[in-house]
Design a protein around this ligand. Sequence first.
Ligand code: ZN
Length: 345
Amino acid sequence: MKGLFIASALALVGSCANTRYSTKIENIKNNIQLSDSTTVMRYAQTITSSELKTHLYAFASEDFQGRKTGELGQKKASDFIKNFYISQGITSPINDSLYFQTIPKNFLPNNINASENVLAFIKGSENPEEVLIISAHLDHLGLENDEIFKGADDNGSGTTALMEMAQAFKMAEKDGFSPKRSILFLHLTGEEIGLYGCEYYIANPIFDLKKTIANLNIDMIGRVDNKHKNNPDYLYVIGADRISKELHFISEKVNEAYFNINLDYTYNNEEDPNKFYFRSDHYKFALKDIPVIFYFNGEHEDYHKVSDTPDKIDYDLLTRRTQLIFATAWHLANQENPLIRNENI
Ligand SMILES: [Zn+2]
């Protein structure tokens, strides 16, 4: 009898505390206001499948020899990205014309040559010192027995998504719609050999990591996995709620308002054996307590094979997914207040 009494008293305390917490969560969710809807969509629609396709065919071509970190093909790929930004009038944050953050040989594993991250930048109009980082790795696996790993999905898809988003933000800026906060487009090297490019950026950040408001990382968003063969309008979203539940709610709200893509949270489950949360560059930002979202289409039969080629990309899906990430970035760069972290709820 006594035991039961204690148990129910505890249950009562527990439920009161929970109510307060869930009310706060509900308030965070309800306080998110999407504004500039028509403006956001106007620029999102400048991201087109034909441009993504053109860039991706070039980026995953034989010319770049599989983009192995530190090799000639990877350098060519870095130049390709840099030349795109120059052609668009999109500058670098390091200094207008210095797009490369060089990673010295001694930072990298033994047999790997020096390499570079590629950086492009749109300056915020109200809080330029606060920065949103949108990232994708540019390197891949190189060659094996003269066969080229083209890495069209991994990560030509993420690379070209960044290029198209930067172009859209630049067009908006020219029309007088600068983001309130700055946006860094960060093309990372050394991912496939162990997240080295991101590790280097974290050790040598261009912007104060404490003022880095979030990281949206894209690694493989151009294909459909087996699970979604019959229902391909989906995207795995990983990690969005772990540091800031508000970020997760923003991601959902933007998607519901403009796109209605099926956001799949299977891999966000901490028990999931694939542990994708730990397997791409965003994880390094999460370790620094920066809220992250990892966008991913899941593995497929061509993952890390020479058959990951640009003809197998679904360009309409790649476009919708890129537009979703663009609209999410737009909201994050422009919303009134910084993201609320879970520890402050
Ligand atoms: Zn990858």
